[in-house]
Design a protein around this ligand. Structure first.
Ligand code: CU
Length: 754
């Protein structure tokens, strides 16, 4: 009881210490952030930011068994004397001694909470028979091996340069920069003037935003866009404060991926994470992965992790168009910097002059992600909801160095991202919330924003002053430069009071063509009357291509979200009273592929372990999910493999209302409101999907700290069709390598793993 009250205090008291960052230091150079030309197709063949690193064989020469995890910790976590409880059809090897996850919990505090959060938890005591077992002191020797070495990458333009834009620096060498407005939306052909090798037809043919169902009729261009990513540790100072990061090709944020609708994207990933080593995997947020669920990048679900030193090539279709991002899905690793924008050029539903490219909005922490995670997963309840330290736009922002400790290296005046407007022109901006926790409220002083798409779904444009984005959500907006030619304007993104931050204010600068770029803007923010925890009303957001879902779904399930303390005093999140934990060595999808069409394999049904949170929807053609939020915290709920119909959302019990039943909103991430803190009344959202994509699809909160705490379920969709989907050998080989790697010693999985 005492604990619960304390916890509520912590969760509710997210609003206390805001530090206002004063006027920004102005800088004397200006560069336009990501000026795209007027057409929306993309004409580069290959983007290669860096050569693939070479690794010797075996690929993890640096670390020995004892380096990976001290022997004493290994004994504590994986005691050999524990009676084994087999998971059918075979024992799953998760770690050195081959105990199934449900028997060990590793260093993880995750257990399964009893009904209503009361008693009996965890079902599988974490350290049975372990010597010296003591609540709260798990893994004390192993906790310190998350070293801060490895600063072998120069921080490039991040710390001290204002004129480098990291977001999309490398090689999209388009060769059509004649300014003629090339209407990709409705022209079906070149409307602009002569431009070198500009194609005479659009890559996606005659498809437009309102004549094509993207889910049934995507184009196939035959073009492959190739990228090489090397993921490594580094020390960087994007906002002036030096910290440990994990980044792609030395860039923060990572390189922008671009393709045309219908292209194939191929990304070769080298896991160069050392000192300590970690697995990794990349997820391509929002793409459907139809027929290629094994490319979805979720470790322990669709693949085994890419082991340290290993190289793996993802290959998948750009089957939807618009704005998105990619990120590591291994633990909370993306919060260390493993993410970037992903743009798929396609038809437009509105005219504009210039595409200014991605605008990444990210809450930002100065701590090492693993250190934060240890607190999130720890027993000190004052630390389970960590406060971010800053808010960045395209990886930039100032920080007040006087707020840092003497031991922290901080250089003032890191600078802001900059954009240029010309009076009278219209600009497309691609807003992405790529943060770990914070809800972003984006605005441009004195300018109206026309929202033309949410996530990968074009909508009937509507005008607003403030765009709300929960973690994982995107908005494409068009802005008309209605100011005067000498204007200098603040672009802002503010982390809402529904989130936990010490410094909510993110800034970038917009300079008009005749502005004095030596002055900083002096404009005033729009008043914010939006709900701090929720998206804009569903009645405001109408998909541009209408689709009417079946009014009565083939199957329906209710899922309750809650939290509580398990038997060891750790905060865990639950969906229908079960906390998720992945087994990196045993992907759910691989099990589903083995399982025959009669739900048996070799005559023996496979029973998914409880902690995998598998919801088997059989062959149902439509699936409705009613999510009830019993926790006083908002959750951006993300579904892989689909755009979900969002039928309704609000506080209380769903009364059966569907907002715009002939064409409900669709998107891949939807903000779930918190339970009413005054009355305790839960909040709800009602989702529906057409089961047209056989696979195992994660449905989870996109707050890094919540999914780490187990707020995750697997949607098993059309299991009878899954055995027909064959993973490439390279995907299967990941498990062999990962198995070999984990033979060296148990990995340090202190959270759900995702
Ligand atoms: Cu959440």
């Amino acid at each position: 009881m005492h604990h619960s009250l304390r916890l509520l205090e912590v969760l509710f008291c997210l609003c206390t210490i805001y530090v206002t960052v004063g006027a920004a230091n102005s800088s004397t150079t200006i560069s336009v952030t990501g000026a795209y030309n007027t057409s929306t197709y993309f004409n580069s063949s290959t983007t290669t930011s860096r050569q693939t690193a070479t690794f010797t064989n075996p690929p993890w020469p640096e670390d020995t068994v004892t380096h990976i995890l001290p022997q004493s910790i290994s004994d504590l976590i994986f005691p050999t004397a524990v009676p084994r409880r087999g998971i059918q059809p075979s024992n799953i090897r998760c770690g050195r001694w081959g105990l199934p996850q449900s028997q060990t919990n590793g260093r993880s505090p995750l257990g399964t909470i009893g009904k209503q959060g009361r008693g009996g938890a965890p079902r599988f005591p974490p350290f049975i028979g372990a010597p010296g077992y003591d609540v709260g002191t798990y893994g004390s020797n192993g906790a310190s091996d998350s070293g801060s070495e490895g600063g072998n990458i120069d921080s490039g333009g991040n710390g001290n340069s204002n004129n480098v834009d990291q977001g999309h620096g490398s090689g999209y060498g388009d060769n059509n920069n004649g300014g003629g407005g090339f209407d990709t939306g409705f022209g079906g052909g070149g409307g602009g003037g002569g431009g070198g090798s500009r194609p005479t037809t659009l890559p996606w043919g005659s498809r437009t935003a309102n004549n094509t169902d993207p889910y049934t009729n995507p184009p196939v261009t035959g073009v492959v866009r190739k990228y090489n990513f090397v993921i490594e540790r580094a020390v960087m100072a994007p906002d002036g404060v030096e910290r440990d990061v994990i980044v792609i090709n030395g860039q923060f944020p990572g390189p922008t991926i671009e393709a045309n609708w219908g292209d194939t994207i191929e990304v070769t990933v080298v896991n160069g994470i050392t000192s300590p080593q970690e697995g990794t995997s990349l997820h391509w947020h929002g793409l459907l992965q139809k027929g290629t669920p094994y490319e979805d990048g979720v470790p322990g679900v669709t693949q085994c992790p890419i082991a340290p030193g290993q190289t793996f090539t993802y290959s998948f279709n750009a089957d939807l168009y618009g704005t998105s991002w990619y990120h590591a899905h291994y633990s909370a690793q993306y919060a260390a910097g493993v993410f970037g924008a992903m743009i798929v050029h396609g038809p437009t539903n509105i005219d504009y002059d210039e595409d200014l490219g991605p605008v990444l909005l990210t809450d930002y922490y100065h701590g090492n992600y693993f250190d934060i995670l240890e607190e999130v997963m720890g027993t000190d309840l004052s630390k389970v909801a960590p406060f971010s330290d800053n808010n960045l736009i395209n990886g930039k922002g100032d920080f007040d160095c006087s707020l840092t400790s003497n031991s922290t290296k901080c250089t003032p005046g890191a600078g802001y991202s900059k954009f240029q407007f010309t009076k009278g022109k219209t600009y497309r901006l691609r807003l992405i919330n790529g943060g770990a926790e914070g809800i972003q409220k984006f605005s441009i002083d004195n300018h109206q924003l026309k929202v033309i798409a949410y996530d990968f779904v074009p909508i009937v444009p509507y005008t607003t002053e403030i765009v709300t984005l929960g973690v994982g959500q995107r908005a494409d907006i068009v802005v008309e430069a209605t100011g005067t030619p000498t204007d200098a304007i603040w672009m802002r993104s503010v982390i809402s009071n529904c989130s936990a931050t010490h410094q909510p204010y993110g800034y970038a600068m917009i300079y008009y063509q005749n502005a004095d770029i030596n002055i900083k803007p002096n404009t005033t923010a729009w008043p914010d009357n939006t709900d701090g925890c929720a998206n804009d009303d569903l009645s405001l957001t109408t998909p541009y291509f209408p689709i009417t879902p079946p009014p009565t779904p083939a199957t329906e399930v209710s899922i309750d979200i809650n939290f509580g303390l398990n038997a060891t005093g750790h905060l865990v999140w639950t969906m229908n009273n079960s906390t998720f934990r992945t087994c990196y060595n045993d992907p759910v999808l691989a099990r589903a592929q083995q399982k025959g069409s009669s739900s048996t394999a070799n005559g023996t049904a496979f029973v998914y372990p409880t902690e995998w949170n598998v919801f088997d929807f059989g062959n149902a053609s439509t699936i409705r999910i009613i999510v009830n939020n019993l926790s006083p915290v908002a959750h951006p709920m993300h579904l892989h493999g689909h755009n979900m119909y969002v039928l309704d959302e609000g506080v209380g019990d769903w009364d059966g209302t569907v907002i715009r039943p002939d064409n409900p909103m669709r998107r891949d991430t939807q903000q779930l409101r918190p339970a009413d803190p005054a009355t305790g009344e839960p909040a709800y959202m009602v989702l529906q999907i057409d089961a047209d994509n056989p696979g195992v699809w994660p449905f989870h909160c996109h707050i890094a700290w919540h999914v780490s705490g187990g707020l995750y379920v697997n949607i098993l969709e059309r299991p009878d069709d899954i055995p027909n989907i064959k993973s490439p050998d390279a995907v299967n080989a990941l498990c062999q390598t990962w198995d070999d790697y984990t033979q060296l010693g148990p990995i340090d999985q202190i959270d759900s793993g995702l």
